[in-house]
Design a protein. Structure first.
Lengths: 114, 111
């Protein structure tokens, strides 16, 4: 197991375009989290899944954002009609529900909206 | 007031120094307290995982939690240049809510 994998590592997109990021968690981890981090800030929670169920969404997650975790394995985060304010590092983490805060993070996807 | 406050630094120390990193918080319901280390352009890496009050030691790292003061600390002994990174504190409630992170403190250990 190589840990949490995120693709792509970098994405540059024009304002108004749609983007999709993928996260592959550690295989036995049933919880998966998405966070967003901007320069000089700590990660901010976006949403999390237990298996395929999306259990919580932050109010930061506008209706332009959608996340899925079909079959409880990998997850995708889609941003529609991107805005410059969406530029950030998008981090994915996974954990076991019996050690819920033992997050393992991926290296993130850095999004730049121009 | 943010739920978790952390001085962003930067903090610069000589190699071998003892480093003290701190966070305060406002929500007395937090029960879980974590420290993560984040190198540039990488995801955070879990360093210390503690529940409730008290101390926990792991090698050169010691985490302290004082719930009465709503204050947590991370001490790094015999600091090394490889410890240069951003240190994030994070806190959780019940296990079924997501972690809340501080802003992070950027640490530089100078050889």
């Amino acid at each position: 197991d190589t840990g949490v994998s995120q693709n792509p590592r970098h994405k540059i997109t024009k304002r108004g375009q749609n983007v999709t990021f993928r996260c592959d968690p550690i295989s036995e981890h049933n919880r998966l989290y998405w966070y967003r981090q901007t320069l000089g800030q700590g990660p901010e929670f976006l949403t999390y899944f237990q298996n395929e169920a999306q259990l919580e969404k932050s109010r930061l997650l506008s209706d332009r954002f959608s996340a899925e975790r079909p079959k409880g394995s990998f997850s995708t985060l889609e941003i529609q009609r991107t805005e410059q304010g969406d530029s950030a590092m998008y981090l994915c983490a996974s954990s076991l529900s019996d050690r819920p805060y033992g997050y393992t993070f991926g290296s993130g996807t850095r999004l730049t909206v121009v | 007031q943010k739920e978790v406050e952390q001085d962003p630094g930067p903090l610069s120390v000589p190699e071998g120094a003892i480093v003290s990193l701190n966070c305060t918080y406002s929500n007395s319901a937090f029960q879980y307290f974590m420290w993560y280390r984040q190198y540039s352009r990488k995801g955070p890496e879990l360093l210390m995982y503690t529940y409730s009050s008290g101390n926990k030691e792991d090698g050169r790292f010691t985490a302290q939690v004082d719930k009465s003061s709503k204050y947590i600390s991370l001490f790094i002994r015999d600091s090394q240049p490889s410890d240069s990174a951003t240190y994030l504190c994070a806190m959780g409630l019940s296990g079924n809510t997501p972690l809340v992170f501080g802003k992070g403190t950027r640490l530089s250990v100078i050889a």
